[in-house]
Write a protein that binds this ligand. Structure first.
Ligand code: FRU
Length: 610
């Protein structure tokens, strides 16, 4: 299957595919049966209403059952016991009623008192207006909650009093204030500006719009898929109020702010507003959209999912018969600085580890490349720590270059620096004509160091005896022929190859904390009095055929990229560490694992022979 479908992932969540005549019996409180069937040709997008309920994880998602492109939006439903292996159930919500006939759009679940889950979702009604609807499980004694019934009161919120019916969607998980009234926010825009309209309710059916939105911003447009949740502040002990995160999806990116929320007054005051800080806080600086978190009450953690869109063409999606992935689930918590979130792949990922390779204390001279052999390069999990040498100098950052993505585009892996670029080449062909570089580069700006993290899908390193050069910057004479190398993560021309970038931990308020956590990783740094680069040199990467999820700075800067190599697929995908700075760096430890395939099953009750 993977040979025919080189980009289909092995452990990232995808909708059903292919078929096997296998009957599998799964033991849950009631006996039920699973048959894998062929259902190719589908699209998946936003994760909807993830929840942990009675020992089972539920994931709903925006799904087109009839084709690999967006349309016919339906709530698909899958369940899991471990967030790794999944059973696809029947669709939970189909667009067949007047209040959702043009689509069951995104929404969330809330677990009501007495353990009753409820879905709030947006329907596109007969007039193509966006309205909010309620649905509840048909049979609470069904442990899988397969069937859902829509409320007779639908729609329960409508775009009245100046709300634009085309910009009114994606209700969040609701929460209760001290007066027990429910609160929920709905994404919208007012006068072209992003806003989170607040509603309250006694009974979850009748909702009253609050006078003020929970938050709004005149620096952004429409907010899609808002998310609002508390994060506890690490090490603060009891009695300390949690901070609250507000996430909004706009400009194809998921931005968040952190602030203080008073549940009595519903006043939310943010530390730094959307688009205001130099960091421009985002969950991920690559492809990552319409995300949603849920509280995993079993494991006491908050888990984040997001839609990872394709970056190939629609034509490719039709050829492949599918489009859209879900990110690998990440835990999300407040980072050490208290000013940023930290994300990390959930621990269950270890269930998928197979062959393991370790490298210790290996010097990477300037201009060198080291192959990591012994694991499956197309399906891997990699962690690496670099130790920097004693250094006095590093490159100065130009004052006008404050956009990390722009900085990465101008300082690709191929452009030699002093300290960096160093990092990993993933999904790389043996001869390195195809490669994706995830790397760091260290600059000095005023009195501190700045760590830049890049995921470069657009350029390639070319190795010569002298070291590596950018193929876009040189022409090489080989065997008497003039070669001009256009090179990249894929030799295919029609796929998007944006270079992504992020600064890692440049917030001065985090200085002492990051410094403390770093002393063991960064030895012999000389420039006393200057702020030292943070743990960003210890990235973790998830590679899965056509996706690379990278976690820098212990998860404060993450970059996800979609990559469609032509040569570097399956067994032909290699993994390398590289250093293209003039100064040596040392790999203190690199651990890499081949990843097993996660299991995906299709539930089909009516086809059961039992
Ligand atoms: C985000 C989004 C949501 C909407 C859904 C429709 O990707 O546009 O705002 O509810 O997708 O599929």
């Amino acid at each position: 299957v993977l040979e025919e479908q080189p980009y289909r992932t092995a452990y990232h969540f995808q909708p059903p595919k292919n078929w096997m005549n296998v009957l599998i019996l799964i033991h849950v409180p009631v006996v039920w049966h699973v048959l894998l069937v062929k259902t190719a040709n589908d699209e998946s997008a936003d994760p909807n209403g993830p929840m942990y309920y009675n020992g089972i994880y539920h994931l709903f998602y925006q799904h087109n059952p009839y084709g690999p492109l967006w349309g016919n939006m339906t709530w698909a439903h899958s369940i899991s016991y471990d967030l790794i292996n999944w059973v696809h159930l029947d669709h939970a919500l189909n667009p067949i009623d007047p209040f959702d006939i043009n689509g069951c759009w995104s929404g969330s679940t809330t677990i009501l008192p007495g353990g009753k889950p409820a879905i709030l979702y947006t329907g596109k009604d007969t007039e193509n207006h966006e309205v909010q609807n309620l649905a509840v499980p048909k049979n609470l004694s069904d442990p899988l909650l397969i069937e859902w019934v829509k409320s007779a009161h639908n729609p329960i919120m409508t775009p009245v009093n100046g709300i634009d019916p085309c910009f009114y969607r994606d209700p969040t998980t609701a929460w209760q204030g001290p007066n027990k009234r429910w609160r929920v926010i709905v994404g919208s825009q007012t006068d072209g500006h992003g806003t989170a309209i607040l509603y309250t309710s006694e009974d979850f059916v009748n909702w009253t719009r609050s006078e003020s939105p929970l938050h709004s911003s005149n620096r952004t447009g429409m907010w899609e898929c808002p998310d609002f949740y508390p994060v506890s502040v690490e090490g603060n002990g009891r009695g300390i109020e949690p901070k609250y995160v507000l996430k909004a999806s706009f400009n194809h990116q998921d931005h968040y702010v952190i602030g203080h929320y008073d549940p009595k007054t519903d006043i939310y005051v943010v530390n730094t507003d959307f688009m205001d800080s130099a960091l421009q806080l985002r969950y991920d600086y690559g492809k990552f959209y319409a995300s949603k978190t849920f509280l995993d009450s079993g494991k006491k953690r908050r888990v984040l999912w997001a839609w990872i869109e394709e970056t190939d063409s629609e034509y490719d999606d039709i050829e492949k018969g599918w489009s859209g992935l879900q990110s690998f689930p990440r835990t999300v918590s407040i980072g050490k600085s208290g000013e940023q979130l930290a994300q990390w792949p959930i621990k269950e990922i270890e269930k998928l580890h197979s062959e393991e390779v370790n490298i210790h204390d290996k010097e990477l001279k300037g201009g060198s490349v080291l192959e990591v052999v012994g694991i499956t390069g197309s399906q891997a999990d990699v962690e690496v720590s670099f130790v920097l040498p004693k250094f006095e100098e590093t490159e100065m950052m130009e004052q006008n270059l404050v956009d990390p993505q722009l900085l990465c585009s101008q300082n690709q892996a191929s452009v030699e620096g002093l300290l960096g670029p160093f990092g990993l080449l993933v999904l790389a062909s043996k001869d390195l004509t195809e490669q994706t570089a995830i790397f760091f580069r260290i600059f000095r700006s005023h009195s501190k160091y700045v760590v830049l993290m890049c995921s470069d899908q657009s350029r390639q390193l070319i190795q010569t005896r002298k070291g590596m050069f950018s193929s876009d910057h040189i022409t090489m004479v080989l065997l008497g022929t003039l070669f001009f190398f256009m090179n990249r993560s894929s030799l295919r021309d029609e796929v998007e190859k944006t270079t992504y970038g992020a600064f890692v931990d440049v917030d001065p308020s985090s200085e002492t904390v990051s410094l403390r956590s770093l002393t063991s990783a960064l030895t012999n740094m000389s420039a006393s009095g200057l702020r030292k680069p943070s743990g960003s040199q210890r990235p973790k990467l998830q590679i899965d055929h056509s996706i690379v999820e990278s976690f820098g700075g212990e998860g404060v800067a993450c970059i996800t990229a979609r990559v469609y190599p032509k040569l570097a697929t399956g067994k032909e995908a290699h993994l390398y560490a590289f250093n293209n700075g003039t100064q040596s760096v040392k790999i203190s430890k690199l651990s890499a694992w081949s990843m097993k395939e996660a299991q995906f099953f299709q539930y089909r009750k009516e086809e059961s022979h039992f």
